[in-house]
Design a protein around this ligand. Structure first.
Ligand code: FAD
Length: 475
């Protein structure tokens, strides 16, 4: 093997790549050489806190051409990827994997909840997730760490919806046994001031010290090299120069905008590549309470409402997950400061081939992004919101509610769908093992593989898929 020849090249150091690497290293030979190329740098958490900003690397908007600015996109370009995440880690609902069969919409995933369940458990243990065994999410093992305390409004909701309003599973530590301090519930998760929230750059960085791993920061992967139906390595830009590294296997985990961009630049032309870009869109609702002094919960998002997560209505309108936020959202009324709550309704969507990432003729170094409007399915969800809120709150000590105005199309910072998984190469890019349909030594990691857009936050699921993909290489 020459100096620049590797058994595996991994692109990116976010959740998708790191959980893949975690599992891969368990099986890899002692003499394997693994190259990891990361476009960003390490960001000092103190500096991040000082800046009070979520982004550690270059501004993401400078790295893309957004053809439809009414829809914003955000990604953290830095060692560890999305360290600014909030840390919400719900599982997908079992029926999210088969909406076509059950409701005639979307597409079925090429794997089931039961297939992914053991990998959910492994990621939950690795991230030190706090949660309780409740709600419509069958578990083979309990969470290792206790759920965080509800806030006062959660108690009210849980009494009306037993088993449906549950503790929000989260990567914000609830026990020092995780090796991290217990969440201080200050509500500034994007720059967790006490490093309680699980982050790759803080809590899994040691993986990159493995002697088999060579980590190059500030290395922007531009394309994968392809020869005779196989990937042979990667081309990257570092220190102002184009460089190549040969690899027997390549795993790209640059997130759902940059990953398809790298593959499109490499000359891949799968019909679905770059298409079906999606994310959930959420709406915030302020609720004024009567006689309930709210807050006091153990973390930033304390309650998960699963009452609208599934059902026959999904034929016509999206499911939604209700988040009860425990951030001080105060009411300007003496003696009733805390008699207010903030709910977030997070809607699923039906991904559309029209929303896509493409090459930009005017600038080869940036992906162009097109997302002109929310789907009519999503719109049906927005239209149903007032009725759903009314139903949710009926009979509760609530004075009034107010749906906060939206800016542009809105979103959730959960980019998904551009390298979707499936069984048909005409409509998908990878199989259930995240292997490209024709370039079998290319793995495409991350939420880009999601063929539908469930209401759940994606990071737990995409990390579980990465562990599974690495394990499947060795069976
Ligand atoms: C403010 C915010 C809050 C969020 N909260 C939650 C939450 O509560 N729960 C949840 O589930 N999800 C949340 N998310 C989403 C979560 O951050 C993503 O789902 C997650 O980071 C995706 O993991 P990934 O590894 O696919 O991508 P990333 O974490 O983005 O990692 C991709 C990596 O690839 C690198 N990279 C990109 N291009 C290249 C290139 N050309 N060459 C080399 N390297 C490259 C990047 O620098 C990065 O390190 C949130 C996101 C944001 C922005």
């Amino acid at each position: 093997m020459s100096q620049k020849s590797f058994s595996l090249a991994v692109v990116g150091t976010g959740f998708a790549s790191t959980f893949f690497l975690l599992e891969y290293l368990k099986h890899a030979r002692k003499d394997e050489r693994i190259l990891v190329l990361e476009r960003g740098r390490r960001v000092d958490p103190a500096l991040r806190l000082q800046r009070r900003g979520i982004l550690g690397g270059p501004g993401f908007n400078d790295l893309i051409i957004n053809r439809t600015p009414q829809k914003g996109w955000v990604q953290n370009i830095a060692f560890g990827g999305g360290s600014c995440w909030t840390g919400n880690t719900p599982r997908m609902h079992p029926n999210d994997f088969r909406t076509r069969s059950l409701y005639g919409v979307g597409t079925d995933w090429p794997l089931t909840y039961e297939d992914i369940e053991p990998y959910y458990v492994r990621v939950e243990h690795a991230m030190g997730i706090a949660g309780a065994s409740e709600g419509p999410f069958p578990r083979s093992e309990p969470y290792r760490y206790p759920a965080h305390r509800f806030n006062a409004f959660d108690e009210v909701l849980a009494a009306k919806y037993p088993g449906q309003h549950i503790h929000f599973p989260s990567a914000r530590s609830s026990s020092v046994e995780t090796g991290r301090p217990v969440c201080c519930a200050s509500g500034v998760c994007s720059v967790c001031p006490i490093s309680s929230k699980f982050q790759i750059d803080l809590h899994m960085a040691q993986l990159y010290d493995d002697p088999r791993v060579t980590l190059l920061l500030d290395a922007e992967v531009e394309r994968v090299d392809i020869e005779a139906g196989r990937v042979t390595g990667v081309q990257y830009r570092r220190e102002g120069r184009e460089q190549h590294a040969a690899a027997d296997l390549v795993a790209v985990g640059a997130h759902a905008i940059m990953t398809p961009f790298i593959l499109l630049r490499s000359g891949l032309s799968d019909p679905a590549l770059g298409r079906y870009l999606n994310e959930q869109i959420s709406r915030d609702v302020q609720v004024d309470l009567v006689g309930v002094d709210n807050y006091g919960g153990g973390q930033a998002v304390t309650g998960l409402g699963a009452m609208f997560l599934d059902g026959a209505s999904r034929r016509d309108r999206p499911a939604c997950l209700v988040e009860n936020w425990n951030v001080p959202w105060l009411r300007a009324e003496h003696g009733r400061w805390r008699q207010r709550a903030l709910l977030k309704f997070v809607f699923e969507d039906l991904p559309s081939a029209d929303n896509h990432v493409s090459l930009a003729p005017e600038d080869a170094s940036k992906p162009a992004i097109h997302y002109p409007r929310a789907s009519s399915y999503m719109q049906a969800g927005f239209d149903s919101l007032e009725g759903r809120v009314t139903e949710l709150l009926s009979g509760l000590p609530v004075e009034s509610f107010y749906i906060l105005p939206k800016q542009g199309i809105g979103g959730s910072a959960h980019i998904q769908g551009t390298t979707r998984m499936g069984t048909d190469p005409q409509t998908s890019v990878v199989d259930a093992d995240l292997r490209h349909h024709t370039l079998r030594n290319l793995l495409v990691l991350g939420g880009g593989s999601f063929p539908t857009c469930p209401a759940a936050n994606p990071t737990l699921t995409l990390s579980a898929l990465s562990i599974r993909a690495a394990e499947r290489l060795f069976v």
